[in-house]
Design a protein around this ligand. Structure first.
Ligand SMILES: Nc1ncnc2c1ncn2[C@@H]1O[C@H](COP(=O)(O)OP(=O)(O)O)[C@@H](O)[C@H]1O
Ligand SMILES: [Mg+2]
Length: 228
């Protein structure tokens, strides 16, 4: 089984007025190809910080990170950006779509960032938007879409480059319960259908229960477990 995400001894501290606070104290994690792991933890436990480090958006103080078996810690920004575009999809709580671009352009932009001509990615971007239920909204700007629709666009964007791994940080956190349920089902179904591994941060024990493996971030470390 190939390991798509490997983290060993990740630490991260932030300066605060009261002194340095250690958020991550030695996180170890291995996610296999196609596997879904959930990560829960108290508010402020460091889940977003961890996901940003796992996604190369933030650097750890110490520790090693590998994507698809390749070490990425200590590499330059250009290397990171290239690998990130190709290997990772990211779904954020607050969608992070480009407001001036249509739904379709938001998805093809991710392909362009990964070095694919927009034209080549167009059929796939369209079919992903159809799959997430937005075939009739291709030309809509994010401002004209509901929160749930924006997150559907973000899921299509995360998958357009066929990455082996998607990272999702409370993807239903800004949605009402029913919308959140349908978004979660879509994310779990679409990653499973495509054999894409998923690291899912969620507050919801019910959503976490649908993962192959459940992890808790507590005192700066990841543990297998069900309860905070
Ligand atoms: N860039 C930063 N600078 C200083 N403190 C930060 C920064 N990012 C996060 N923190 C702090 O780290 C802690 C963990 O934050 P976060 O990773 O957002 O937790 P979670 O997502 O689990 O709620 C919080 O106390 C937060 O205030
Ligand atoms: Mg968070």
């Amino acid at each position: 089984m190939s390991v798509v995400l490997f983290a060993s001894g990740l630490t991260k501290s932030f300066a605060s007025p009261g002194g340095k606070i250690e958020i991550l104290r030695g996180v170890n994690l291995e996610v296999n190809a196609g596997e879904c792991v959930s990560i829960r933890g108290e508010s402020g436990a460091g889940k977003t910080t961890l996901l940003q480090i796992l996604g190369g958006l933030e650097k750890p103080d110490t520790g090693e990170l590998r994507w698809n078996g390749e070490t990425v810690t200590g590499k330059g920004n250009r290397f990171l950006a290239e690998r990130r575009a190709r290997l990772l999809g990211y779904v954020f709580q607050s969608f992070h779509l480009v407001p001036e671009l249509s739904a379709l352009e938001n998805v093809t932009l991710a392909a362009r960032i990964a070095g694919r001509p927009a034209k080549a990615a167009l059929p796939e971007a369209k079919s992903l938007l159809v799959r997430v239920g937005l075939g009739h909204r291709l030309d809509h700007l994010p401002g004209k879409l509901s929160g749930g629709e924006c997150q559907r666009v973000a899921i299509a964007r995360a998958l357009v480059n066929r990455p082996p791994l998607v990272l999702a940080d409370e993807p239903t956190g800004n949605l009402d319960e029913n919308t959140g349920e349908s978004i979660m089902r879509l994310l779990l179904d679409m990653t499973r259908e495509r054999g894409v591994a998923l690291a899912l941060v969620t507050h919801s024990p019910a959503f976490a229960a649908r993962a192959d493996r459940r992890l808790i971030l507590r005192h700066g470390e990841l543990h297998e477990g069900e309860s905070l």
